[in-house]
Design a protein around this ligand. Structure first.
Ligand SMILES: Cc1cc2nc3c(=O)[nH]c(=O)nc-3n(C[C@H](O)[C@H](O)[C@H](O)COP(=O)(O)OP(=O)(O)OC[C@H]3O[C@@H](n4cnc5c(N)ncnc54)[C@H](O)[C@@H]3O)c2cc1C
Length: 394
């Protein structure tokens, strides 16, 4: 039987979708319910995947049950499913929920983020397979003498420094096509990372990309690795980690017609075009919002600004429920990152706030890193405080 409640659907239950759904659930009137739709059985704490793909013993902690996201006495729900398509007033999911694969909505928030290649993102939706994958990755690393990392973004940098600290005898090479590591940031970050690479003895190759053979890298090791400029790297490798690129998850919008000649997605980068209110940049769909990495905000993709964007969306949806115009605009702050550069050494780096007249970045160096990256705090944020270690296996 169809529910009399009006649905506010949030698609995607990672950092930003989760925050949006939790914040909405705190404020929406009891005429409405929040439905969070996510194919993963558990919340994926992906900040820790690069570390847990190397360091054994913590991998199960990166998958946190959704069971306590909402107070069970309320009508809000987490639905384990994938949204196949968005229509103007309903979504189609890949299974039945309450007897139907169609779920109607009054408001929809798309928080589908991006797809990352393993080990930065998981291929499977369930915890057991993902934990097994990370354990196999740890074993492959342990059995390799020489490891190549393709990509000099956060995943590549964090994995290289963890690897070399944990296994100083292994040869670690990072290949980055652009001249600088983490090029979205002030050059000071590249310089700081290069210093760390030199201290640890990590090799850095720049100016070309790793050529991935069509059939994958050979299973007989060690093997040679070619670059797209036609050169072959001087060393031979046993294992390659692909830490490259992110693809926006927008398939679910393929059937939704746009009334704007520019379309729903940015033609330059494929992310969802939005207004400053985070509504789709299409007058036909004032009730559709995009938030987090999937939204074409022009800002650096990160979970932290995503949480403030979630607050913008919540205010605007509440205004619309109350019959008012949504006017809240998402904040714009300079890009920042909390980056590990080894098991203990980590750095908080923020680009200069040019609007405030700053010319230098903010750099906070710390030596307080924990092996499991303080994952416990994330369990609390999902409503599951950990009192016994056994709970990490939930
Ligand atoms: C190694 C690493 C470390 C990082 N560290 C930091 C950090 O310290 N601080 C920081 O602020 N940021 C950090 N980031 C960036 C941060 O992880 C991203 O900005 C963040 O994950 C974006 O969150 P999101 O919710 O927008 O999307 P995503 O995390 O990309 O999640 C999208 C979700 O949508 C779901 N989904 C996709 N398609 C569908 C569909 N059709 N139906 C239903 N669900 C769907 C996916 O399963 C997924 O759960 C880090 C990233 C990496 C890789």
């Amino acid at each position: 039987m169809a529910s009399a409640l009006k649905n506010i659907i949030v698609v995607g239950g990672s950092y930003v979708g989760k925050s949006t759904a939790q914040e909405l659930a705190k404020v929406v009137p009891n005429t409405h319910r929040v439905l969070l739709i996510e194919p993963h059985s558990h919340f994926h704490h992906l900040f820790a995947f690069p570390r847990f793909a190397i360091l054994p013993g913590h991998e199960h902690k990166a998958f946190i049950p959704y069971t306590h996201l909402f107070n069970t006495a309320t009508n809000h729900s987490v639905i384990q499913a994938r949204v196949l398509s968005v229509q103007p007033n309903y979504v189609n999911i890949d299974r039945d929920w309450q007897g139907s694969p169609k779920i109607p909505f009054e408001y929809l928030v798309v928080a589908t983020g991006t797809r990352l290649s393993e080990p930065a993102g998981m291929k499977d939706n369930d915890k057991i397979s993902s934990v097994a994958y990370l354990q196999k990755h740890q074993a492959d690393i342990k059995n390799s003498k020489s490891i190549l990392i393709a990509g000099g973004g956060a995943v590549g940098v964090q994995m290289a420094t963890d690897l070399k600290e944990l296994y100083p005898e292994k040869e670690i090479t990072v290949v980055q096509s652009r001249p600088k590591l983490m090029p979205q940031y002030h050059v000071g970050l590249h310089e700081l990372i290069m210093k760390r690479f030199d201290e640890l003895g990590i090799k850095f190759v720049t100016g070309s990309r790793v050529k991935v053979p069509q059939s994958g890298f050979p299973s007989t090791t060690p093997f040679e690795v070619q670059l797209t400029d036609g050169t072959t790297l001087p060393s031979k490798y046993d294992f390659v980690i692909l830490a490259t690129g992110q693809t926006p998850n927008t398939d679910l919008l393929s059937d939704l017609p746009s009334s704007s000649p520019e379309g729903l997605l940015s033609q330059s980068n494929g992310f969802i075009r939005i207004r400053p209110t985070m509504q789709f940049a299409d007058e036909k769909y004032p009730h559709l919002y995009a938030v987090g990495d999937i939204a074409d905000t022009g800002l650096r993709k990160a979970a932290r600004p995503g949480a403030t964007q979630a607050a913008t969306v919540v205010k605007n949806i509440m205004a619309m429920i109350e019959g008012k115009k949504p006017v809240e605009e998402y904040p714009r702050s300079p890009a920042g990152i909390h980056l590990t550069l080894g098991l203990k050494y980590n750095v908080v780096f923020r680009n200069p706030d040019e609007a405030a007249g700053q010319t230098e970045p903010t750099v906070i160096k710390r030596d307080d890193g924990q092996a499991d990256m303080g994952v416990e705090g994330w369990w609390e944020r999902l409503g599951v405080p950990v009192t016994e270690r056994q709970q990490y296996h939930l």
